[in-house]
Structure formats: C-alpha cells, structure tokens
Design a protein around this ligand. Structure first.
Ligand SMILES: *Cc1c(COP(=O)(O)O)cnc(C)c1O
Length: 383
C-alpha cells in the first residue's frame, strides 16, 4: 500500500461489535470479564484500549514498522525510550535539539545516572569519534530545530550499528510522510504526534515505532508500568487527523518553498534557513532521505536585533505568534525568547541562533495570503 492509502486504511476495520466505519472512542476504564481471567483481550484501559490499539497499528504502518507504542506526549514517549538503558550508560544527542528533549536528558535522566553528550551530528564520522564503550544510544533529530540542519540518518545509523549502539530518530519535524528512518537503518522512531501527525493543534501525544520485537516488548511494559498513556478521545482525534496527513504535509511543503523564495529575495531579510535550497549544506542528504523538504523555514533580519524581531512579530496577523508546529494554521516563533530562551546567548550565537532568528511553521492556508502577511510585517520595519 502507498502512503495515502495507509493513512486512511492501515489497521482500520469496521468496529467488530457494531460495524461502525469510523473507529469508536472506547471511553471506558475497565472491561467486563465472563469469569475470572476470561475476557476479550481487554482488562484495564491503562494496559489496553481498542481506540489506542487501532491508532498503534496505523502509526506502525505509516513508519513501515511492525510495532507502535503510544504515549500521552512526545516527551513521555522519549522517557520510556531512555528507560531502556541503565545508569552508567551514555546517550549521544544532537547539539541542535528540541529544548524539552535536552531538559529531560540533562535534568531528569542525568539524576539517575544516564549520561548525555551533545554533539554536532551533521558530520557522521565526527560523531563516531565520541563513541565510548558506555555509549548505548544515539538520539538523532533531523531536520534540526530551529536551524534546520540535516543529519544523514543512513550514514549515522550504519556507524552506530557497527559499534552495537542503538539509534532513535525524532522524526517530528519531517513527519512520516516525508521521512521513514526505519527504512534508513534506525532502530527506533519517535514522534511528537502533537505536531504534523495530529495536525490540528488540538492534541498532545507521542509514539515510538520499531521493528525490534524485544524493544517493543520492553516499551509496551513501560507504557503500562509507568502509565503515561493517551486517552481514547485523543487517539480518535489523531486517527482523524492522520487521514489527511499526506495532503496537509504536501500542501504545507509547497507553501514553504514559495515562502522561502519570497523571504530570500526580500531586502530586509539577511539569511533564510531552508533545506530545499540547492545551496543548503544538507540539501543533497535531504534530497536522498526526505520526500519533500518540509514546511519549517527559519530566517534572520538584516538588522539582527531583538528589537527588530519583536517589531515584526507584533505585526503578522495570519502567522500566529505561538510555540509548536505542524498544524493546518501557520505559526511564527522567536526561538531566542521562546523555545530556546534557556540557552545562554553566547551558546546560541555559536550555532547561528541570533537575536532576530524567526521560525515559521508554514500551514496550509492560501500561500498568497501568507506571503502578503509576511510582506506587510517586513514593510513596517524601520529601514
Ligand atoms: C514538540 C516536540 C517534542 C515533544 O513532544 P510533546 O508532544 O510536546 O511532549 C519532541 N521533539 C520535537 C522535535 C518536538 O517538536
């Protein structure tokens, strides 16, 4: 089955008890047993819920995996992945990482003896120089946030495998429509389904997908034993969102190309970060591992100050100033004061995260209106 067909059909059968074509919301915490231990495979809803089971089958298919395990958020999913490892073992993560992932590794798992190291992953061979006998997991994010660097998944996973190191790719920014890390040799794929998979900015949810039965069993154990499970209504909303995932992402990517081009030739814009540009350092790798170049675009202003950025951000109307990404509506964000405010200024300047850096999550509105919105906000900036 091709992607659009899987999005709509994979794992989805008419409900066995009623024939309902759309998966019902099984809003129940427990299930009747005929006699002790005799039941229909469902005992208690932390352990099993039919709405969630259908979503897990569907998500597994979207990432070409056999197993998907769902959690109440992307960070809850990450927490279970890190719990696969032991005190004294080490995680190597990308140095241009989702802020919440950085916080969890350093401030939560660090306290329990799991060490983490943050390195530039754009050069796979350089990453391998950091491998030690304690290195157990590579945590890869690509495209990165907010600089939109590209990491070569296939090259890095192959190096890790030679050293017996497990790889997990946070595929949130690309979505399963654009990039399938398991096909490129990754062991685990993680999604914050809050973003493109849900696609309507109305659910917080996470998932891990794998073909490794051993790790799937451990993750399912943690899902039940730790208990960060999603509710059935959220699972339903995700199933509904996924039916249009391919259409939404396709349109958002088309819009992003035009917006990136518009920004690039605008006199008040200094630099545009977008992997779809032929001169982006990760362009060739992106072309190989992604179906399209994504719908995230970052840019800096010619007058690279906080004051100018604030001025522009106050003047967009269709682009809403907000955290998050991947919804049908366009969002605009300012990493230095929002998502990456906890990183010291000198540190963020080193990776190019300057005071005016602005991040767009391009939605699926009419692109002419989106460009007009950015044009008038840029126009209002002092010369
Ligand atoms: C949002 C996000 C997360 C965290 O997911 P939540 O659903 O908010 O817990 C992890 N990784 C990336 C890349 C994200 O954008």
């Amino acid at each position: 089955m091709k992607f659009g067909t899987k999005a709509i059909h994979a794992g989805i059968e008419p409900d066995p008890s009623t024939g309902a074509v759309m998966t019902p919301i099984y809003q129940t915490s427990t299930y009747a047993q005929e006699s002790p231990g005799v039941h229909h495979g469902y005992e208690y809803a932390r352990t099993q819920n039919p709405t969630r089971s259908v979503l897990e089958k569907n998500l597994a298919a979207l990432e070409n995996g056999q197993f998907a395990i769902c959690f109440s958020s992307g960070l809850a999913a990450m927490d279970s992945v890190i719990r696969l490892f032991q005190p004294g073992e080490e995680v190597i993560a990308s140095n241009d990482l989702y802020g919440g992932s950085y916080r969890q590794l350093t401030k939560v798992h660090g306290r329990y003896g799991i060490k983490s190291l943050f390195v530039d992953m754009t050069n796979p061979a350089a990453v391998a120089t950091h491998f030690t006998p304690q290195t157990r997991l590579l945590w890869i994010e690509t495209p990165t946030n907010p600089m939109l660097n590209i990491v070569d998944i296939q090259a890095l996973c192959s190096l890790a495998r030679q050293h017996g190191i497990i790889t997990c790719v946070d595929n949130t920014f690309a979505s399963p429509y654009l990039q399938n890390p398991l096909d490129l040799g990754a062991d685990l794929v993680l999604h914050s389904a809050t973003k493109y998979i849900g696609g309507h900015s109305d659910v917080v949810h996470g998932a891990v997908i794998t073909n490794d039965e051993g790790m799937a069993t451990q993750l399912r154990f943690l899902q039940n034993a730790v208990g960060a499970v999603p509710g059935p209504q959220d699972c339903f909303l995700l199933l509904r969102g996924i039916k249009t995932l391919h259409l939404r992402v396709e349109r958002a990517c088309q819009n992003a190309v035009k917006i990136a081009d518009f920004l690039r030739q605008h006199p008040k814009v200094k630099h545009v970060y977008y992997p779809g540009f032929a001169d982006h350092p990760g362009h060739e790798v992106a072309k190989r591992q992604m179906r399209l170049f994504g719908a995230m675009v970052s840019f800096t202003l010619h007058t690279d100050t906080l004051e100018f950025a604030t001025h522009m951000l106050a003047n967009t109307h269709l682009f809403t100033l907000a955290e998050s990404l991947g919804g049908v509506e366009s969002l605009i964000g300012h990493p230095a004061t929002m998502t990456h405010a906890s990183i010291p200024r000198e540190e963020r300047l080193k990776v190019g995260l300057t005071d005016s850096l602005t991040r767009l999550s391009v939605g699926i509105e009419d692109v002419d209106d989106l460009i007009a919105d950015l044009a008038q906000a840029l126009e209002k900036l002092p010369a």
